[in-house]
Design a protein. Structure first.
Lengths: 510, 440
């Protein structure tokens, strides 16, 4: 890192960007290797060492106390006191510091505003001010734009430029190509924990995308060509808001046929999660229709959707997929406990549950000490197998899997993939949503790429990954000037103008 | 069977890793305390395992030790509160025997009376005298089982029901009114009165339940507020025409008809009544509901992870409402016994005593498990019954019993404290603590 440089760290989800930066900030200890600051090796025992060495970090998830004011949050951890041992908090001084820093770097924040009343973009600014008051020279921003609206992103980039002008170095972690090209001086691409290349911002998006998605590791999935049948899931004109009432899905049309796998690719946070949650009845649909086998299912309760023959592997298994305190057997019937043979009326049939658990554990090769072990004690891969086993243990019309192999070891990935294909061959319509491009390409018979709440392209699995990578970054073949391949079928929104590199957030979604 | 897979994924999200780290930390601590243990040690014998388990901070050990600690503190309080014994400490350097003797006498006598009042008096002659203490204990136990189950059930569903007191109060009001206002034949009358009490409690539980489900209003605040409403409703209804006893000027209602009273189990001179049988039945029912029913499955899933429950198609809001209604129903039944049993037969402003609040303690002491609640209620009932005798025979105030109860629960709720005092090996205490704190 040079002084006054913005260094972008680019990579897919789970590539190891955040881990590396947590090591830099002293949150994790390195197993091997060393960190050099000003040519001297540095041993960081914790964040306070890092701050002392002039390294500050703004986390992806803010570390602010919601009920404190801006000034209080900023002095937290380095409280200034006056009055000797009585130790009154020197609020005035804290406020003055905040005012000074925001003046110097043109970061406007109101020191007396309470954090929870502020929009996310301003909260992030508070985090930056907080780091700056500690006199840091190197600022790490961990996916700062993931939670921001386009306008807020624009403002953040302006802030970063002014910091750079003031001689601060910035490490900017992201997986959004447009932002990188707009601001970075130097780009390092990380994939699967390794540096795979360094590039200058002049490098074309194609080059960056190729570096980022990579070509080396290919998990091939053994499968026959699909034999698609009648359409099972039909989504048309679907509009859904996210938790912040910001439009997340903006008029999506898609169809999944029986006996095919539709892969939905896209950088995380482009509406995939909300799309699936809306289909599953977990999130209200604002407009549009969802039909399952000809029957409209939008507005149905989750239970009704599940009972209609939909299997669902949620994105975040530890939050939405499993009850960690429950046994493996109980988790295996988490959404079918009330149907025969497991439940009859009000009574649960523990024998039937235990018997079926034994079968599933064997069938799906779940490595567990016993069916009664709490599922939280299992490894990630085995936890995921429990969910997959549960969802595939009943006749399905539609199987939706979101990030089915995130945080799962290689052996389990292969197993889960083969199960997904087997389900497809049995005539189920399958929808796989993943931010791992390898996974989507390996599994899917057709790939829909989502970008900013829309399907930006619908392509075949033989499409070069660079082209899909570009689509994930919001660049359609026409706009980028690339030749569309034979497998590419223009999606309904293929004509959406791609943002220019200089202004990555020019599209108003709200 | 060992897991041949390497643990994958991000380490900070792996729950197993955290547990493993805790284990490692515990092992490290043990290693620094004792001689370092060699990893290739031969397998310990069964007896050794038993001893180790006994000394590990498991539920039973912590509970027993908490009891012991509480009694130790109680002993100090007994000594300090007795002026004569305290006087002997004035010349402890000259004649330490006096002080020790006096202390031992007063403490041992007090605890002996506690035991005699609660369990068995060796000097008692005749069936009635021999069974007296047990009868008293069971009489106090019965309503506590209900309120304890009420709190425990809500807790398992992820809700902190502070409102058992209010629910019991509404229960006692409706049960009493049904008990004296309805002219019904004996058995039917009792059943109707119990149902009325159950409904009163259920409604009082349903209100915070629906508020939580529909508006997200916190059940702790709402149940506390409804406690006040219930208490003053009771005070108000007692002095209304048709409710107040016409022969009395003070705040007391008409007595419940004998046809609506719970039958006594061991003759008219012993107070134990059929309420304790209902309590056992209710415990069995709640145990079945939690572990063997679809509703219980939903309830536990919602309590442990509402997000996963919702994703699995369980209606979280419906579950919240149902849980609170059933919890209220149980508390209402407990309250009903305060007027349909042998404790009282008419409403007074203090007729419910503290059974709702004690129910919270009972539920925590019973580790929010149905049969645990039954045992905890038995202990609290015994302390109450024994405390009465301790007061009249040893002149030690009944409040000491309340202090003892409180101390026991404090030590239970702070397993780390007990662990530290007795240098127990780190085991599951941390998990225990979180389970108790999770309601918030």
């Amino acid at each position: 890192m040079e002084p006054g440089e913005i260094h972008a760290l680019l990579g897919e989800n789970g590539a190891g960007k955040s881990t590396l930066m947590n090591v830099l900030y002293g949150l994790y200890q390195p197993d091997e290797g060393e960190i050099l600051v000003d040519g001297k090796p540095l041993k960081l025992k914790g964040p306070s060492d890092a701050i002392a060495a002039g390294i500050g970090m703004v986390h992806q998830h803010f570390m602010l106390v919601p009920v404190f004011t801006v000034a209080e949050n900023i002095m937290l951890g380095a409280e200034q006191v006056k009055g000797g041992i009585v130790g009154f908090l020197d609020r005035r001084r804290a406020r003055r510091e905040v005012a000074e820093v925001s003046e110097r770097y043109n970061l406007r924040v109101d020191p007396d505003a309470v954090i929870e009343d502020l929009p996310v973009g301003i909260q992030q600014r508070v985090e930056i001010v907080k780091a700056l008051t500690r006199d840091v020279d190197l600022l790490i921003l961990d996916e700062p734009t993931a939670v921001l609206t386009p306008q807020e992103t624009e403002e953040l980039l302006a802030v970063m430029r002014s910091l750079k002008a003031a001689g601060k170095s910035i490490v900017f972690i992201t997986h959004k190509l447009g932002e990188v090209k707009a601001i970075a001086d130097r780009i390092t691409v990380i994939r699967r924990g390794k540096t795979v290349g360094t590039a200058s911002p002049e490098a074309s998006r194609d080059e960056l995308a190729a570096l980022m998605v990579g070509r080396s590791v290919k998990l091939t999935v053994e499968k026959q060509p699909a034999t698609p049948g009648k359409p099972i899931l039909q989504v048309s004109g679907l509009v859904v808001d996210d938790d912040r009432q910001v439009r997340a899905v903006d008029g999506v049309d898609l169809t999944v046929h029986a006996g095919e796998v539709l892969g939905v690719a896209g950088v995380q946070g482009n509406g995939q999660t909300e799309l699936i949650e809306a289909i599953m009845g977990l999130r209200p649909t604002l407009a549009g229709t969802v039909t399952l086998d000809g029957q409209p299912i939008h507005g149905w309760s989750t239970k009704k959707v599940l009972h209609a023959g939909v299997g669902y592997v949620p994105e975040d298994r530890s939050v939405d997929g499993l009850v960690k305190e429950f046994s493996v057997a109980e988790n295996l019937v988490l959404d079918i406990y009330d149907r025969p043979p497991f439940g009859k009326g009000l009574a649960l049939k523990p024998d039937a549950i235990a018997r079926s658990a034994k079968e599933r554990i064997e069938q799906f090769d779940v490595r567990t000490p016993s069916a009664d072990a709490a599922v939280g004690t299992l490894s990630g891969g085995n936890q995921q197998k429990v969910i997959v086993a549960r969802e595939l243990s009943r006749p399905l019309k539609l199987f939706i899997a979101a990030q089915p192999t995130r945080g799962v070891d290689v052996g389990s990935i292969e197993f889960i993939h083969s199960r997904v294909i087997r389900e497809r061959d049995a005539g189920t319509a399958v929808m796989v949503v993943s931010s791992e491009l390898d996974e989507v390409i390996g599994l899917a018979d057709r790939i829909a790429v989502m970008y900013r709440g829309r399907i930006i392209g619908l392509v075949g699995p033989d499409t070069p990954r660079e082209e899909i990578g570009l689509l994930m970054a919001g660049i359609t073949p026409d706009a980028a000037g690339a030749t569309p391949t034979g497998g590419a079928a223009g999606g309904p929104d293929a004509g959406t103008p791609a943002p220019t590199p200089e202004s990555p957030g020019n599209e108003d979604k709200a | 069977m060992t897991n041949s897979h390497p643990v994958s994924g991000s380490p900070d999200k792996e729950p197993a890793t955290e547990a493993a780290q805790a284990e490692v930390a515990g092992a490290n601590r043990a290693a620094t305390m004792n001689a370092p243990k060699r990893p290739d040690e031969p397998r310990p014998s069964l007896g050794r395992l038993f001893l180790e388990n006994l000394w590990a901070a498991n539920t039973v050990t912590v509970t027993v030790l908490a009891l012991l600690l509480a009694m130790l503190f109680g002993a100090v309080l007994i000594i300090v509160s007795d002026p004569e014994v305290l006087a002997t400490y004035g010349y402890i350097t000259a004649r330490p025997g006096d002080a020790l003797n006096a202390s031992w006498t007063v403490v041992s006598e007090a605890y002996a009376n506690l035991f005699k009042g609660a369990v068995f008096d060796p000097d008692a002659t005749g069936f009635q005298a021999a069974m007296g203490p047990i009868s008293e204990t069971l009489t106090y136990t019965a309503p506590l089982v209900f309120t304890g189950l009420s709190v425990a059930l809500a807790f398992r569903g992820g809700l902190f029901n502070i409102g058992a007191q209010g629910q019991a109060t509404m229960g006692v009001v409706l049960a009493a009114v049904a008990g004296f206002a309805l002219p019904l034949p004996p058995v039917v009358h009792l059943i109707v009165a119990l149902i009325a009490g159950a409904i009163g409690g259920a409604v009082w539980g349903f209100i915070p339940g629906i508020l939580k489900a529909r508006t997200g209003a916190h059940e702790v605040i709402n149940t506390i507020m409804l406690n006040y409403v219930a208490v003053y409703f009771l005070s108000w209804i007692i002095i209304q025409n048709g409710v107040q006893n016409p022969d009395r000027a003070d705040a007391i209602s008409k007595p419940v008809d004998s046809s609506a009273q719970l039958p006594r189990l061991l003759g008219d001179d012993l107070r134990v009544h059929a309420g304790i049988l209902l309590a056992v039945l209710a415990t069995w029912f709640v145990a079945w509901l939690l572990n063997r029913s679809t509703l219980g499955f939903e309830l536990r899933a919602v309590g442990a992870n509402p997000d996963a429950a919702r994703t699995a198609g369980i209606s979280v809001t419906k579950t919240y409402v149902l849980v609170m209604a059933i919890a209220g129903l149980l508390a209402g039944l407990g309250g009903s016994q305060m007027v349909l049993g042998s404790t009282a037969n008419a409403l007074t402003p203090l007729v419910v005593a503290q059974i709702g609040f004690d129910g919270i303690l009972v539920a925590l002491l019973g580790r929010v498990k149905p049969w645990g609640v039954l045992l905890a209620a038995l202990l609290f009932g015994a302390l109450q019954a024994g405390g009465n005798r301790m007061q009249s025979y040893s002149g030690i105030s009944l409040e000491l019993v309340t202090v003892l109860q409180a101390l026991i629960v404090i030590f239970i709720a702070a397993p780390a404290l007990v662990k530290a005092i007795f240098q127990l090996r780190a085991a599951r205490a941390a998990r225990l603590q979180t389970s108790l704190a999770k309601g918030w």
